[in-house]
Every structure is written in structure tokens, then in C-alpha cells.
Write a protein that binds this ligand. Sequence first.
Ligand code: ADP
Ligand code: MG
Length: 276
Amino acid sequence: MGARVRRKPRSISITSGKGGTGKTTLSANLGIALATLGKRVTILDADLAMANLALIMGIHQIRTSFLDVLKGKAKVEDAIHENYGVRVIPTGFRFEEVQETLSGVDHARVRRVVEEILGDTDFLLIDAPAGIQDATLFSIASAREMLPVCNPTYTSLVDVYKVIRFANVMGAWTRGLVVNRAGKRAEVPADEIEDFLKRTLERMGVIAQIPEDPKVQEAELEGVPVVVYDPDCSASAAIHELAEVIVGKAEPSYLRETKAVKETTDRLVRVLTGRT
Ligand SMILES: Nc1ncnc2c1ncn2[C@@H]1O[C@H](COP(=O)(O)OP(=O)(O)O)[C@@H](O)[C@H]1O
Ligand SMILES: [Mg+2]
């Protein structure tokens, strides 16, 4: 019947308490994973001070950047660069330019630019700066959802907790926490993180655990995103799984686990009582 109804585009801000948790790595690779699922994806580099998304996405020639668009000097479409089936909107590198632009930019303009990008994409991933600074506020405010990323350390967990609370106040929906660089040698084990979340944020769980994987840095040295460099390594597999959870093709592991436990207890009860 009739024309296909287009689903609302989703904007997701990828955020953390401190730098170096893996936001840019996740933005790039999750973007490619979502594109593999047939989604139209745009990734915006909103980490104006770091601005390394383009590099990770193998884009070396930046004609027009997000800064030019914010300054009103260029159209959004001029700042769109494409690689690996994903659109990337990079930010300029020059520190002075970033300072100058940020001090003069107004919130309404950011919103307008973001709305325009959303008009032509299924997913907008925003590679956000760390912490709760003004630029972070921008990216949280422009995004309807937030995907917080932390590492399995106590300090990272406490820092990301503050950002999540903040995002909730700003009205961004947080489905779950991504624990990146997880593994046996982690300072905080996975069940402890789950427990912490349950006690503090109640309805939020760990949406994905991306293992510590040497392939991530190997790929980075080669200048290729890890899901392209080695699609089958453990980090790539976890990122593809997260993409499926995000589009609704799979459930997050915390729900799967509680379901499995429930099924086991249900079965036991049936066996013991003979009732269904
Ligand atoms: N799962 C992982 N396993 C191993 N190294 C990782 C993993 N995720 C990220 N890294 C490394 O951590 C560093 C920081 O990642 P990056 O994405 O730049 O963080 P951020 O954008 O949050 O500052 C990079 O050198 C990256 O290769
Ligand atoms: Mg980064």
C-alpha cells in the first residue's frame, strides 16, 4: 500500500566521562556496522578539539568541515565526505579556528544544522567530546539518544555515571552502557558494573561489552577501521552485535541473560510442580 513510510531518523551521541575510552573508534566502526545492516549512516565529528574521526575513517582530504558549516560559510552537503558506505562530517584541525568558532557559535544554529543532517539519514552518530563541557552539552542536546562508553575501571565508571545522569536531565534517552576494552584482566568485572548500574540507575544495563583486542590498535596503525580490517576479530564481532541491538534485530545481552535465567527457573518449577 502506498509509499513506504520512512522511519524517524535516530541521532545518537557517543559520550564518555574522560577521553580515551574509545568513542571515536566506536563511532566509526558502529557506523560501518549499521551501514552493513542496510542503514544510511552519517557520523559527525563533534569532538572539536580532538577531531580525529576523519583519520580513523580513512578520509585524508577535508575540503569543508563542520566548523565551516557552523560558521555559516558552507552548506552541510559540502562537508559530507564518504567512505566505507558511511557519510562522515569532519571537523577542522586548527586549534585557533576551533576556539574562535566555538566562542561565536549559537545553539540554535547547531540545532538547525543537525536537523538538516537528519533529513537525509537513518542514523546520525555524534562522536562527542569527553566530559560535561559546553561542546558536550551541544552534542547531547542535539541527540535524542546517548550511548555512553566507559572502560572497566572505577574512575571511568564514576565519570561516565555523571555524564549519564546529566544526559537524563537534558532529556536524552540512554538505553545502556557500552563497556569497551573489557576482559579478564579488567579492574572492574562485568557483574560488578551491572550491579553498580542497577543500584544507581535502575533501568539501565550494559548494552555491549567490547573486549580488549590488539586488532583494534593494529587496524588503527594501518589506518583502517577494525570492522573492515578484521571483520571476525572479537572487537568487530561485539560491535556488529551492538549494531543489531540498536536496530532492534537482537536484544542486549543483559536482557538475554535474565530471560535465560527465567526460562531455566520456569522449567524447574514445571518439573517440580507439574504445573505450567
Ligand atoms: N576494544 C579495544 N581494544 C584495544 N584498544 C582499543 C579498544 N578500543 C579503543 N582502543 C584504543 O584506545 C585508544 C583510544 O581510543 P579512541 O577511540 O581514540 O578514544 P576516544 O575517542 O574516546 O578518545 C586508541 O588507541 C584505540 O586504538
Ligand atoms: Mg575521540
